[in-house]
Design a protein around this ligand. Structure first.
Ligand code: B1M
Length: 210
């Protein structure tokens, strides 16, 4: 098994220490950093994402794999910056105003990072204007909004409206999701995308940034 396959395999199993050591080994063997990222770390995280969508693995496995990816990224990040490797896009991600649920939102952040995005985590109970401000400051392509309550999902429309009012519509796409949210609701409020789970959120974001 090549060192890249070993990175991917160990990440899938959530072995953070081994992933870090293998990334170190790959660097010493002069494997290009882009390959370590794409064919090692992101390949492993992509595998977990696909299996999560099919309910073959669950939230704990995703969290453990994401931790393993982070340990590999710690070693790789400075080298990627040096090599001029850019993220595939930037996403501002937050749970909407009035809503304190963050487990799903955190999973979406991890899947986005696992798909090569830079993620600005705006946190919970986020004012729509704050999301827009962060998107502007960070030159983001996407705002991701999560809601778990039927009473707060209406605030997703405020996010869409705030993006329109800011003049960033078209440049910044809005993706929504969370247990009570549906594609029909996304269409109704004029969101650019909807995803039923964290792995699909990364797929939708990738499609929207081209
Ligand atoms: Co809350 N809560 N809660 N809660 N809570 C629910 C959501 C509820 C369904 C429970 C119930 O009554 N059966 C209910 C909502 C009812 C409704 O609106 N119809 C509810 C309620 C009522 C409340 C309070 C009002 C309770 C009270 O105080 N009376 C209160 C509200 C607080 C507030 O937000 N203002 C409240 C509080 C809490 C806790 C703080 C105790 C805790 C949150 C802890 C935390 O997040 N740090 C909590 C929890 C844990 C839950 C349940 C049990 C679990 C939610 C969860 O984390 N799921 C939940 C019941 C349930 O769902 N079984 C419940 C796991 C998570 C991985 O799933 O977030 O759906 P989820 O994310 C998924 C997808 O939805 C999707 O991807 C994720 C993974 O695939 N996704 C996106 C999420 N965001 C996305 C964004 C995207 C795309 C996909 O694009 C950007």
């Amino acid at each position: 098994m090549s060192v890249l396959e070993q990175i991917s395999e160990n990440l899938i199993k959530g072995k953070a220490k081994e992933v870090k050591e293998l990334v170190d080994k790959a660097i010493k063997e002069n494997v290009p950093v882009v390959d370590i990222l794409n064919k090692g770390l992101l390949a492993g995280m992509g595998n977990i994402g696909e299996r999560f969508k099919k309910n073959e693995v669950y939230v704990p496995e995703v969290l453990i794999a994401a931790r393993a990816m982070k340990s590999g990224m710690e070693v790789l990040k400075p080298l990627l910056a040096k090599a001029g490797v850019k993220p595939v896009g930037t996403v501002v991600m937050g749970t909407v105003k009035g809503d304190l649920h963050d487990i799903g939102k955190n999973l979406v952040c991890m899947m986005l990072e696992g798909a090569g995005f830079k993620v600005i985590d705006a946190g919970i109970n986020v004012e729509p204007e704050k999301m827009v401000q962060l998107a502007r400051e960070n030159n983001a392509n996407v705002i991701g909004a999560s809601a778990l309550l039927t009473t707060t999902m209406t605030n997703m429309k405020t996010v869409v409206d705030s993006v329109k009012a800011s003049g960033l519509a078209g440049k910044v796409k809005v993706i929504i999701g969370g247990a009570p949210v549906t594609q029909a609701f996304a269409d109704e409020i004029g969101a650019d995308g909807y995803a039923p789970d964290a792995a699909s959120a990364a797929d939708v974001a990738r499609k929207l940034v081209g």
